[in-house]
Design a protein around this ligand. Structure first.
Ligand SMILES: NC(=O)c1ncn([C@@H]2O[C@H](COP(=O)(O)O)[C@@H](O)[C@H]2O)c1NC=O
Length: 520
């Protein structure tokens, strides 16, 4: 069916004048609400105001504008049914064939810290979602556009369809429309159920937790080939997050690739100096900072060349040809960086399977961290705490030298990204041995020192981070035997005195952060 009449009512007026002008040129008549109609009239586009159309004034400060049977019958009528046709004729109601609506900016309004409940309530759009839902329900006849990004395609469709919109496109628009109103209502529900009472501060976690993610890609399989999987992107701002990646070359990303790349990217982007992080099975197996990205990569690789095989390499600086050449010597699944030089890209193309990703560096943090458990969901704020030197408390007789302090801070930064229980030996901006994911801290300490030995890295004079306190002195004794001379840990054990005494005995300087970094 040809589109004869369109209803346009938009809060975000981007591109609406251009759209309306084209619709007018295509012979489509336009009905519009107050503000939208005014803008269109100023641009010289003929438009019928909604109040003239319904014969009823907009009222109650705009709370009632389009909520009228002439509007909703016009949208909802099924003209393939003789009964509907007859009722429409009897009521003298013409059909509305295109609905262009976007809603009051509820999310933007409540994002302001000084937003009152009254303001939030006034920004709950009622007429808009009602029209969107009516039109989306009747997609068999009506096209509904909720996103200014879709105006161009809509116009192309109408032009190429000789005044009609293809039914597949109408269906897509309806899917998008219902997703739009679901997201909108989800945001309202999250906001309102985070209020204990009408005048209370917002709680960090609402009673009803509505999430909204959009399918980015289906994945070949999940963690294992017998599991199905997909990757969804957050519908809120993702700038600077891994989800913002662009793939320049390589095989399709797998579920494990994305999870591991996320761990690598989260870690590497916290460093100010040129840094490299190599991840295997969600744990860093080498991290280093250096004067340039190539040196950082070589140091990170040296921590554990065996584990780095088939790893994910993340850099926080552009990748140049020298680094690309070095990386090509090893088997790598993914390399991610803010940029790749043309020469580096030309080199990497020689190994077409390597997945090469770029992401702009940015300080994105998820608002919430989510973890499914059987029948439920654990939610927490992200662990975005970064320690500074002035927060540290030296608890031993020996004070750290400047170099030890630097190594400890580096080790602590890395430890946050290693699965608990974590022990990380470091020296000179390089991880020397990483013990990850053990059920006992003393085992993590042993594993970390064994790893260093296997990689022929000397632990004498090294600095060590432990993600949580030492419950007994045994863990510290392992570090001392391996040659560590500086330790950073949260402190807070009932046996802290015993652990401090052990450090003093063995000529170790130790500092407490007062903060732990468990990661599961
Ligand atoms: N109350 C109504 O009948 C109604 N009908 C449309 N709106 C909204 O009014 C806005 C456009 O208003 P204006 O054209 O006056 O700037 C749109 O975001 C639209 O979703 C309404 N406003 C709120 O519910």
């Amino acid at each position: 069916m040809r589109i004869k009449q369109a209803l346009i009512s938009v809060s975000d007026k981007t591109g609406v004048a251009e759209l309306a002008s084209s619709l007018h040129q295509l012979g489509i008549s336009i009905i519009s609400t107050g503000g939208t109609a005014k803008l269109l009239q100023e641009t010289g586009i003929p438009v019928t105001e909604i109040s003239d159309y319904t014969g009823f004034p907009e009222m109650l400060d705009g709370r009632v504008k389009t909520l009228h049977p002439k509007v909703h019958a016009g949208i909802l009528a099924r003209m393939d049914l003789p009964e509907h046709q007859r009722e429409m004729e009897q009521a003298h109601i013409p059909t509305i064939d295109l609905v262009v609506v976007n809603l009051y900016p509820f999310t933007q309004t409540i994002a302001r810290s000084d937003c009152s409940l009254a303001e939030a309530i006034e920004n709950i759009d009622i007429g808009g979602p009602t029209m969107i839902r009516s039109a989306a329900k009747n997609f068999q006849r009506v096209a509904v556009v909720t996103d200014p990004q879709d105006y161009a395609t809509l116009l192309e469709q109408i032009k190429s369809g000789n005044g009609t919109v293809d039914e597949h496109y109408r269906f897509q628009l309806a899917q998008k429309a219902f997703s739009h109103t679901a997201r909108y209502d989800g945001a309202i529900s999250n906001y309102l159920t985070a209020l204990e009472s009408m005048d209370a501060e917002r709680k960090p976690f609402p009673d009803q937790f509505n999430l909204n993610f959009t399918l980015a890609q289906s994945l070949r399989y999940g963690e294992n080939p017998h599991q199905q999987a997909a990757f969804y992107r957050d519908t809120s701002d993702i700038t600077g997050s891994l989800a913002d990646y662009q793939q320049l070359q390589g095989k399709e990303l797998s579920y494990n690739n994305i999870a591991d790349t996320d761990a690598a990217w989260a870690c590497v982007k916290t460093f100010d100096q040129p840094a490299c992080v190599i991840v295997k099975h969600a744990n860093p197996c080498g991290v280093a900072v250096a004067e340039n990205p190539l040196a950082a990569y070589q140091k990170a690789f040296a921590t554990d060349p065996v584990s780095a095989f088939g790893g994910i390499i993340a850099l926080n600086r552009p990748v140049e040809a020298d680094l690309a050449k070095a990386v090509l010597q090893q088997f790598v699944e993914v390399i991610i960086a803010p940029e790749f030089s043309t020469e580096a890209r030309q080199l990497l193309v020689s190994k077409a399977n390597i997945r090469v990703l770029t992401v702009p560096l940015g300080a994105h943090d998820n608002h919430y961290e989510l973890k499914r458990i059987d029948g439920g969901l654990l939610v927490q704020t992200p662990d975005n705490f970064h320690i500074s030197e002035d927060r540290l408390r030296v608890v031993t007789q020996l004070q750290p030298t400047d170099a030890q302090m630097e190594d400890c801070l580096f080790a602590w930064r890395v430890a946050k990204f290693v699965k608990s229980n974590t022990i990380v030996f470091c020296g000179n901006g390089q991880t020397l041995g990483i013990g990850a994911g053990q059920m006992s801290r003393v085992d993590s300490a042993r594993i970390a020192s064994i790893k260093a030995e296997q990689a022929h890295l000397d632990l004498h004079g090294s600095a060590v981070a432990s993600d949580a306190f030492f419950p007994f002195r045994d863990g510290l004794d392992v570090l001392a035997q391996a040659g560590a001379k500086a330790v950073i840990q949260p402190g807070g054990s009932i046996r802290d005195d015993e652990v401090i005494a052990a450090a003093n005995e063995q000529g170790i300087t130790m500092m407490f952060t007062g903060i732990r970094h468990f990661r599961h």
